[in-house]
Design a protein around this ligand. Structure first.
Ligand code: ADP
Ligand code: MG
Length: 245
């Protein structure tokens, strides 16, 4: 899904140059659920923004789902952002409207009309476990529930890739866990590739693979023992049950 080689991003202003990514390599398989960890300022958000087409790399190569992002025109970028990727952020103030209901918030970005739009929005809210809250205004929902609405919106146009930047950053441990379980469930059920950026070590235990970034370069890769699918299969076949009992 993602092939990123020698990626460089330099932010330039009049008197300053910040090298945010300095030759970063990253490869992500289709259907993977992975986390990128690293200290604040290590370049995690910069990387995610490149992957999501929100900003252009300075050098290197980057292809997502077979598309060469460095060759994109502005028009290609708009199409890509709209159709190929879904974004979830730590704060939802930029994409959720507090005085609208959960249902209205999810309906807004859907590229359908009338009844089909409503049905699709209900389906999405069901997928994120919010069927019972559709008529509540956003301002009446908890932080975790609001994050679920944001995830529903990110999935609205059926992207192949979901990018999440510190999605549990403003949630307590219990809610963070629930949001992570939701990511795992979505990854498993609809096979969507998910890249989560975080500095939360809790998260790292819940994904297929963890890549750590330091100073704009990948510094280590930690392979998980089992993927979620393997874990489920093992549970179903009874292997490992003793440990759980
Ligand atoms: P992280 O998400 O890991 O905290 P970032 O990708 O936000 O790291 O930032 C990496 C580096 O790039 C930091 O030194 C940061 O100050 C700098 N940076 C990020 N965005 C910009 C920007 N728009 N302009 C200038 N410098 C930036
Ligand atoms: Mg960041």
């Amino acid at each position: 899904m993602i092939h990123c080689d020698g990626l460089v991003k330099i932010y330039k202003s009049d008197d300053l140059e910040v090298v945010a990514l300095q030759g970063l390599d990253l490869h992500v398989e289709t259907g993977e659920l992975m986390a990128i960890i690293g200290n604040s300022g290590s370049g995690k958000s910069t990387l995610l923004n490149m992957l999501g087409g929100l900003d252009k790399p300075s050098a290197g190569s980057l292809t997502v789902d077979g598309k060469d992002l460095l060759k994109f025109t502005e028009r290609d970028l708009v199409k890509y952002k709209r159709e190929s990727v879904g974004f979830v952020w730590q704060s939802n103030s930029r994409n959720l409207i507090p005085y609208l209901t959960a249902l209205e918030n999810v309906e807004l970005p859907i590229l359908l009309k009338g009844r089909r739009k409503r049905l699709r929005a209900l389906e999405l809210l069901d997928a994120v476990g919010l069927s019972h809250r559709v008529k509540n205004r956003l301002s009446e929902l908890s932080g975790g529930e609001q994050q679920r609405v944001a995830i529903a919106i990110a999935l609205a146009n059926e992207p192949k890739l979901l990018l999440a930047d510190e999605p549990t950053g403003s949630l307590d441990t219990k809610m963070s866990n629930q949001i992570l379980d939701l990511f795992r469930e979505l990854n498993h059920k609809i096979g969507i590739t998910i890249v989560i950026v975080t500095h939360d070590p809790l998260l790292a235990r819940k994904v297929d693979r963890v890549v750590s970034i330091r100073d704009g370069k990948t510094s280590a890769e930690i392979l998980r023992r089992q993927s979620y699918a393997e874990e489920l299969a093992a549970l179903e076949s009874g292997v490992g049950l003793e440990e759980h009992e």
